[in-house]
Design a protein around this ligand. Structure first.
Ligand SMILES: Nc1ncnc2c1ncn2[C@@H]1O[C@H](COP(=O)(O)OP(=O)(O)O)[C@@H](O)[C@H]1O
Ligand SMILES: [Mg+2]
Length: 390
């Protein structure tokens, strides 16, 4: 049975973007209750009831909780904070900013999509690269993290080469840029002796953490992460390091593939990572006459989506251009956006944007935070010090 503590843990994945913290630590969730039928009631205290962020925080909250095992319904009750509560919240936000508590270089306003599958060879990397490029084509600022530490393929697919360099001033690693998308991968590091020095002594299994904490990602709208196959440490580490991460599960039309995919989805749920949706890859073949043929059966994506209660966001057909694009560093979304696979990737991106719209950053809380920051600037130093948390 799910407990209020489980719910609060899951809600740590919901950020108030401009306050730079999650709604639990900012004290915006005064109460969580669950009844015997699995109906969850969550009180959400926003800075202002008519906050423009309201819909986003509300829908992120609902989506995070409704898929948890044992939960049958979610009711979110919004209230506005009192002046005193608001002052306390701002104090917390300021304290966090001073502490630089943000554990990674990925901004809290970034939507994080981790592409996962139970096994290799189903097209996870092809989907990661083409989804990142499709989101870029739609005008967003996009990063691509190759978390397949041992089986990396992003550099080849995106057409980027190492070595990555570090910024002298910030000492942070600069991502490589391919077709407008910022990318990091162990393939961009271990091939060069020079940068291998920077990484010496670091266990490669720590690479994901390094990629999140020591790379200068900048203000990303979306970060796409190509996970290694299976249900291992990297997935668990990701859920811990980036609580806003959501999983996109890849499957093929075959029955066996769905069973494996269900295991991945179970793992995601256990680590409180919501599933943004399902993609069916190699879903039939469009021949040169434009006719659709199902080579591996059909309906696998639909079935998986129903089993794990997540939307089917895309079906990518078999298309030789996916293979050649990946081999030549010019993915199909760039070379043939109107072709069968190219257009399917673009509509997958639409599906993702629909479920996970980019975070708006000019918000009511943001404006309040800025106002308070301006007031602070005018405050005598001793007063400011006296007001801070110890
Ligand atoms: N829709 C597709 N049509 C044709 N070939 C594909 C498609 N998706 C993936 N492939 C090919 O299948 C192989 C495995 O894909 P890849 O993305 O590397 O899978 P994974 O990362 O899951 O191991 C690659 O050669 C890739 O080019
Ligand atoms: Mg791969």
């Amino acid at each position: 049975m799910v407990t209020p503590e489980d719910i609060r843990t899951a809600l740590r994945g919901v950020n108030d973007p401009e306050l730079g913290g999650n709604i639990v630590e900012l004290g915006m969730v005064p109460s969580v209750e669950i009844d015997a039928n699995g109906v969850v009631d969550i009180d959400l205290a926003l800075t202002i009831a008519e906050c423009p962020m309201r819909n986003q925080i509300e829908s992120d909250t609902t989506r995070r909780i409704e898929s948890m095992p044992g939960v049958t319904a979610v009711n979110v009750h919004i209230s506005a904070m009192t002046r005193a509560q608001r002052a306390e919240l701002m104090e917390k936000a300021r304290f966090k900013a001073r502490e630089k508590a943000q554990p990674t270089q990925v901004p809290p306003t970034t939507r994080v999509i981790a592409v996962a599958s139970g096994k290799g060879g189903v097209g996870k990397s092809s989907i990661s690269v083409n989804l990142a490029l499709a989101l870029r084509r739609k005008g967003f600022v996009v990063g691509l993290l190759d978390a397949d530490i041992w089986g990396f393929s992003i550099p080849r697919m995106l057409g980027v080469e190492g070595p990555l360099t570090a910024n002298d001033a910030t000492r942070l690693i600069q991502p490589a840029v391919g077709h407008g998308v910022s990318a990091v991968s162990t393939g961009l590091i271990i091939e060069s002796e020079e940068t291998a020095l920077m990484w010496r002594g670091l266990m490669l299994s720590k690479a994901l953490e390094q990629f999140l904490t020591q790379v200068e990602w900048g203000e990303l709208d979306y970060l796409v992460i190509d996970l290694p196959p299976g249900t291992g440490d990297v997935q668990m580490a990701l859920a811990r390091l980036l609580p806003q991460a959501e999983m996109l599960v890849v499957t093929t039309p075959q029955k066996a593939a769905q069973k494996v995919a269900v295991r991945v989805a179970d793992m995601a749920r256990r680590s409180h990572m919501p599933i943004v949706g399902v993609v069916e890859n190699m879903a039939g073949f469009v021949c040169s006459h434009g006719e659709h043929h199902d080579l591996f059966g059909s309906g696998g994506g639909d079935e998986l989506a129903e089993t794990i209660n997540a939307p089917l966001l895309g079906r990518i057909p078999l298309d030789a251009a996916v293979v050649s694009g990946g081999d030549e560093g010019a993915p199909v979304v760039i070379t043939d956006p109107a072709g069968p696979a190219g257009s399917a990737f673009l509509s997958l991106a639409d599906g993702v944007i629909d479920v996970l719209p980019p975070v708006e950053d000019e918000t009511c809380t943001g404006r309040i935070a800025k106002l308070i920051a301006q007031l602070d600037d005018g405050m005598p130093a001793d007063l400011e010090a006296g007001a801070s948390h110890g």
